[in-house]
Design a protein around this ligand. Structure first.
Ligand code: FES
Ligand SMILES: [Fe+2]
Length: 413
């Protein structure tokens, strides 16, 4: 009897002992994002000349103000003196920021210029340990981008969407907060959710939905993915690829609108959405899309490092930059681009964006994605489907090509 009890006790101890599990692919991608990249932070017009503005990126609190050249400065928000938040500081002198506690006053390079609380004879300006960390910034299309890396900043053109640099395109932008981790936001890009989650969005029911379903309902099949220039993950071009789906979406459906699920019945239950779509989509068909807005091989339809979903719909480009704020929050910075060759186009698209398009693509369509990312437990065990090829490949892509991992791998000099 005694020996049986001893055996049971051992079994119980083994069962409850914490198990060391090696980190899987998913867990090795940092919850606070990849650091060695440029990220959009805020519209430049929000950075005034009287008070600093605070934003959190990748778990780090930053303050923004303007230097003597009126360029936006991003500075670490904790004062190098005794840790007060510079976000509560003041701008007493052009191009500087003064800490609210003892009046340490920094310039746009983070150098301590004066200590207002001690007077002009203070010996601290220029002294060791007083300098604040600043982050490189660049303002493009009215948006301030920040280099969050510890290593040297790369050319912004390596990271930022190509439409921002094309003078023939009109670009509108905005932000939306998602209460989800950035990885869940990126992985929502494309899989079997697309037709299902968005089935009642205005975007879908005004599209030729029958052909679109033919393309999206691929059962276990999914086109293969590949990596371009070590920075862009996309489906291989082909008849069923995401890249081409919009080209084919205007063509005839290759399958019935309703599916028959043995033992369950038909889904969708009615053909109502199809009728709506047939009615509304004739408007879109009047103006035929004339082809991709950009021919850049890194910026078609796919996911660009660090966290940028980019879709060229041939009439417009939709870009979602998933900027990590903290482990549970993402700032979804979006850009919408249209052809802007004529004065009429340049006049029309901003109005169209403000009055209608923003609501349709962001508040209606993308909010459906936001809800899915927010209700998903990203750490839960998974059983992947073959149509989950994007999240699977994306995880490998980040770990293999992410600059953070490449820079870590380099032997130190
Ligand atoms: S804590 Fe900033 S000046 Fe003292
Ligand atoms: Fe979606």
């Amino acid at each position: 009897m005694a020996s049986i009890l001893a055996e049971e006790a051992i079994v119980e101890r083994e069962a409850t002992a914490p198990r060391e599990k090696p980190l899987g692919t998913r867990e090795r991608i940092p919850a606070l994002g990849l650091k060695e990249y440029w990220y959009p932070a805020l519209p430049a017009k929000e950075v005034g000349r009287r008070k600093p503005v605070e934003r959190k990126l990748l778990g780090e609190r930053l303050v923004f103000f303007r230097d003597t050249n009126d360029e936006v400065v991003a500075m670490h928000h904790t004062c190098s003196h005794r840790g007060a938040s510079l976000a509560y500081g003041d701008i007493h002198f052009k191009g500087t920021l003064t800490c609210p506690y003892h009046g340490w006053t920094f310039d746009g390079k983070g150098e301590l210029l004066a200590v207002l609380g001690e007077g002009p004879n203070s010996t601290l300006p220029g002294a060791k340990g007083t300098k604040m960390r600043t982050y490189p910034t660049v303002t493009i299309r009215g948006v301030v981008f920040v280099w969050m890396g510890d290593g040297p900043a790369v050319d912004p053109k390596e990271d930022l969407p190509v439409e921002l640099f094309d003078p023939n395109l009109i670009v509108m932008s905005g932000q939306k907060k998602w209460n989800a981790n950035w990885r869940a936001g990126v992985e929502n890009f494309t899989d079997a959710h697309v037709y299902y989650v968005h089935r009642n969005s205005l975007e879908f029911i005004t599209m030729p939905i029958g052909p679109l379903m033919s393309i999206l309902h691929q059962g276990p099949n999914r086109p293969e993915m590949h990596v371009v220039n070590d920075r862009f993950l996309c489906f291989k071009p082909g008849k069923e690829s995401l890249l081409d789906q919009f080209k084919y979406a205007g063509k005839k459906a290759t399958r019935p609108f309703q599916d028959d699920f043995p033992g369950l019945g038909k889904w969708p239950a009615t053909r109502l959405r199809l009728y709506f779509s047939n009615f509304f989509s004739f408007v879109r068909s009047i103006v035929k899309p004339s082809g991709p807005l950009t021919e850049h091989p890194e910026w078609g339809s796919g996911c660009h490092l660090p966290a940028t979903i980019h879709i060229d719909y041939y009439r417009w480009i939709f870009t979602r930059y998933e900027v990590p704020v903290d482990a549970n929050t993402t700032n979804n910075y979006f850009f919408c681009a249209w052809r802007g060759h004529s004065a009429l186009q340049r006049f029309f698209w901003p109005i169209y964006f403000k009055l209608y398009f923003k609501w349709k693509m962001i508040d209606d369509f993308s909010t459906q994605d936001a809800v899915m990312a927010e209700i998903t437990d990203y750490t839960a065990p998974e059983r992947m489907s073959p149509t989950d090829i994007f999240p699977r490949e994306w995880r490998r892509f980040v770990l293999e090509y992410g600059r953070d991992f490449k820079r870590q791998d380099k032997p130190s000099a």
